[in-house]
Write a protein that binds this ligand. Sequence first.
Ligand SMILES: N[C@@H](CCC(=O)N[C@@H](CS)C(=O)NCC(=O)O)C(=O)O
Length: 226
Amino acid sequence: MAIKVFGSFISTATMRVLLCLDEKGLAYEFVPVNLAASDHKGEPFLSLNPFGQVPAFEDGDLMLFESRAINQYIAHTHADKGTPLIYEDPKKMALVSVWAEVEAQRYDPPAAKLTWELGIKPVIEMAADDAIVQEQGDQLAKVLDVYEARLAQSKYLGGDSFSLADLHHLPTLNYLMGTGARAVFDSRPHVSAWCADILTRPAWQKVLAMITNHYRSVSYSKLCYV
Ligand SMILES: N[C@@H](CCC(=O)N[C@@H](CS)C(=O)NCC(=O)O)C(=O)O
């Protein structure tokens, strides 16, 4: 039975899951959820995610939500396919888990707020809040100081090879690279090299191409939501 992802192409959490599936070379069906019409706030979507947020995920009789948990499931279930995103060795895997937590708990809060202010608001013709941009930019800079030290010692956050810990950053990272927040990454040499490396991964380029093709086929008013 086909894997299904219910989500939106503008959603970083949706992109995170699509990227994981592409790294694994898995086929899936994408089911668009119209956020502009608030389809995620009513049935049948609430049966998939009672918190009313995208993405939701279906694999046979298994239904999941929370992008990072979905990716853990994909990485474990298809450990032998495509890019290995986890380690069997418990010590190596523990480090991947540490940095996956760092992404979720430390990096994502400021990165997601900056993505909204600088990456998404301009597209929907809303003005960015300068105070939030300043505050979250400062917060992100402190987190990236820790990344700079880690990446000076380790090619990837979780270890010697690309893993879920790196993968989870890509959607917000990609948005931020097209904004003024890019400077906070570029000014840290090891962070900057890591960004250049992971942003050019073929699986991420494939996700971006799919999103770009999709937006070519929808009207501007729906750009952000379909
Ligand atoms: N922690 C959740 C976050 C999901 C999330 O924030 N989804 C956003 C899009 S990226 C959403 O559905 N926003 C619409 C809303 O909250 O109403 C995950 O990683 O799946």
